[in-house]
Write a protein that binds this ligand. Structure first.
Ligand code: BES
Ligand code: MN
Ligand code: ZN
Length: 510
C-alpha cells in the first residue's frame, strides 16, 4: 500500500495535479473561506443540497475544466464520524481500483470539525485503515483475478499533517500488519499449513530485532506439551510451535507475550462438525494470523518494548490416530485433561502455549483465538470478547480498541462460571456446563494455566472474518494489539515520546 501524508491547505489541494481528487464531505460541513473553484462548487452544492442531505456514502464524480484534477470525487460521509468515514472512503477506493488511476489525493479538510479530542478514535488509523480495506484483494490461489490490486499513490492532505505524522506512521504499520493477517487467514488450509505458517514466521525473522524459532513434533514432545500434541495426532500435517521474540528494549524489561491459536483447519476431530460452512474453519488460525500481523507491524515500527509471540499450530482432524472423546492427556503444566469433546481443541493447544509463556516472566500475556461459537452468539460480529481479571489491563485493551476502532467488550470471569469444569477421570475436563455461557467456560478453562502472570484472552470467533458473498478475513484484532503494545511501551517510557520511525515520518511530511 502506497499512502503518504502531506501538509496541504484546502485551496492547494484543489489546485494540485492528480488523477483523482477525493474530497470527504460531512453533512454539516462548513466550506472554509476559499478562493478555489472546487471550494466554490462545494459551497454551492452544500447550499443547494446538491450533495445529498442524507445517506452515508453518496459519491459524486465529475470532470470539470475548472479543476486541475482529471476527476473529482466528493464522498459524502454523513455525520463524519469515524465509522462513516471509514466505510465511505473504503468504498471509494474500491471503486477506483478498477480504473487506471495512478495518483489519488484525499482531502480531509471538510472533516476538520469532527476531529474533536473528546473522540478517542485515531484519525490516521481511520483513514489509512479505510484505504487498506478498499484496496485489499486476495489473489494467491486465483489463476485469473477479477479486478487488480490497487497500487495508486494515495496522498492524504490536511492542514495539520505535521501533528498527525507520528500516528500516521503507526497507522501505516498497522495496515501492513492487517494485510499480513488477512493474507494468511484467507489462504485455504492446504496452502496455509502449520509448516507454511512456520515458514512465514521465519521469513519475518529478517525484521530488525526479531528472532524466530520454529519447533516441530520432536521439540514439542520434549517440552511435554501433551495437550497440544493430542490435538495434532489425528493429522498427517506435522505440528509447529512458533516462537518469535522482538527485542526493542533491554533484556531486563518484562515482555508482552502474545499467544495465537493456530488451528489451520478445524474439522472438530472425532466430535466432527456438521458440513455446512465447514470451509470457514480454515479461519481457525485467525488468532495466529493476527499475532503474525501484529509482529509485522511492531517489527516495522521498532518501539522500545519487548514482545514475544507464541503460536501453537496444527490441524484438528478425525483419523485412526485421532484423540478420542474420553481420552485423558497430560498438559505441560502437569494438569491432566479429560477430552470430552475433541471440537473444543483451541483451549487444548493454547493451554500448553500459556504454560510455556511462564518462562519469559511476562509483563502480561494476551491470547487471541477463534475459540467459541458461543462468543458469536454473545457479541455478534462487532466486538471481540475480552476476558481479563486485571482491571488495568482490561482498561488498556478496551481503550486500545476505542482508539483503533477495533472494538472489544469485557466479559465476566466469575468463579461460578467455572464450576462445571469437573472430571471424574482427570484434573479437569475440556468442556463443561453445556451451551450456556460457552465463551466464558472456555476462558475459565484457559485461566487455569495462567496462575503465574497477568492475562487477557480475546475471543475473536465473531470478528476475525466475515461470511457470505464478501467472505474474507478482517485482519482483526491486529489494530487493537498493536495499539495496545505501543501504549504499553509509552507507559513504560513514562512519556509519549515519538518513536524513531514516527520521527522519520514527521521529517518526510512537507
Ligand atoms: N473453532 C471453533 C469455534 C468457532 C466455531 C469459531 C464457529 C467460529 C465459528 C472451536 O474450536 C469450537 O469448535 N468450539 C466449540 C466448543 C464446544 C465444543 C464446547 C463450539 O464453539 O461449538
Ligand atoms: Mn473446534
Ligand atoms: Zn477451533
Amino acid at each position: 500500500m502506497n499512502v503518504e501524508l502531506k501538509n496541504l491547505s484546502f485551496d492547494a489541494a484543489c489546485l494540485a495535479r492528480t488523477d483523482v481528487l477525493v474530497v470527504l464531505v460531512a453533512k454539516d460541513f462548513k466550506v472554509p473561506a476559499t478562493t478555489s473553484a472546487l471550494g466554490a462548487w462545494l459551497q454551492q452544492a452544500v447550499k443547494t443540497g446538491g450533495l445529498g442531505g442524507s445517506g452515508a456514502t453518496q459519491v459524486q464524480s465529475f470532470a470539470d475544466p475548472r479543476f486541475v484534477a482529471k476527476q473529482v470525487v466528493a464522498v459524502h460521509v454523513d455525520s463524519g464520524d469515524a465509522d462513516g468515514v471509514r466505510s465511505a472512503l473504503a468504498a471509494c477506493v474500491k471503486s477506483l481500483s478498477s480504473s487506471n488511476v495512478k495518483t489519488v489525493l484525499v482531502s480531509v479538510h471538510a472533516l476538520q470539525l469532527h476531529r474533536s479530542s473528546a473522540n478517542k478514535r485515531d484519525w490516521s488509523q481511520t483513514l489509512v485503515g479505510a484505504i487498506e480495506q478498499g484496496s485489499y484483494l486476495y489473489t494467491t490461489s486465483k489463476s485469473t483475478t477479477v479486478g487488480k490490486p490497487f497500487n495508486a499513490r494515495v496522498t492524504i492532505c490536511a492542514d495539520d499533517a505535521l501533528a498527525l505524522a507520528p500516528q500516521f506512521a503507526v497507522a501505516k504499520a498497522v495496515a501492513s500488519g492487517v494485510a499480513v493477517a488477512k493474507e494468511w487467514a484467507n489462504r485455504p488450509a492446504n496452502l496455509a499449513t502449520p509448516t507454511h505458517l512456520g515458514e512465514q514466521a521465519k521469513a519475518m525473522g529478517k525484521l530488525r530485532n526479531m528472532q524466530v524459532q520454529v519447533m516441530g513434533p520432536r521439540e514439542v514432545a520434549k517440552l511435554k506439551m501433551g495437550s497440544f500434541m493430542a490435538v495434532a495426532q489425528g493429522s498427517t500435517e506435522p505440528l509447529r510451535f512458533i516462537v518469535m521474540q522482538y527485542k526493542g528494549a533491554p533484556q531486563t524489561q518484562a515482555p508482552v507475550v502474545l499467544v495465537g491459536k493456530g488451528i489451520t483447519f478445524d474439522t472438530g476431530g472425532i466430535s466432527i462438525k456438521p458440513s455446512p460452512d465447514m470451509d470457514e474453519m480454515k479461519y481457525d488460525m485467525g488468532g495466529a494470523a493476527s499475532v503474525l500481523g501484529a509482529m509485522q507491524a511492531i517489527g516495522e515500527l521498532q518501539p522500545k518494548v519487548n514482545v514475544v509471540a507464541l503460536i501453537p499450530s496444527c490441524e484438528n482432524m478425525p483419523d485412526a490416530n485421532a484423540v478420542k472423546p474420553g481420552d485423558v492427556v497430560t498438559s505441560m503444566s502437569g494438569q491432566t485433561i479429560e477430552i470430552l469433546n475433541t471440537d473444543a481443541e483451541g483451549r487444548l493447544i493454547l493451554c500448553d502455549a500459556l504454560t510455556y509463556a511462564t518462562r519469559y516472566k511476562p509483563a502480561h500475556v494476551i491470547d487471541v483465538a477463534t475459540l467459541t461459537g458461543a462468543c458469536v452468539i454473545a457479541l455478534g460480529h462487532v466486538r471481540t470478547g475480552m476476558f481479563c481479571a486485571d482491571d488495568a489491563l482490561a482498561q488498556s485493551l478496551s481503550n486500545a480498541g476505542e482508539v483503533s476502532g477495533d472494538l472489544c467488550w469485557r466479559m465476566p470471569l466469575d468463579a461460578a462460571y467455572g464450576a462445571a469444569l469437573k472430571s471424574n477421570f482427570a484434573d479437569i475436563p475440556n468442556i463443561g456446563g453445556g451451551r450456556a455461557g460457552g465463551a466464558i467456560t472456555a476462558a475459565k478453562f484457559l485461566e487455569k494455566f495462567t496462575a503465574d502472570f497477568k492475562w487477557a484472552h480475546l475471543d475473536i470467533a465473531g470478528t476475525a472474518w466475515v461470511s457470505g458473498s464478501q467472505k474474507g478475513s478482517t485482519g482483526r484484532p491486529v489494530p487493537l494489539l498493536v495499539t495496545h503494545v505501543l501504549q504499553h511501551a509509552a507507559g513504560l517510557a513514562g512519556n509519549t515520546k515519538p518513536t524513531t520511525a514516527s520521527k522519520r515520518a514527521a521529517k518526510k511530511v512537507s
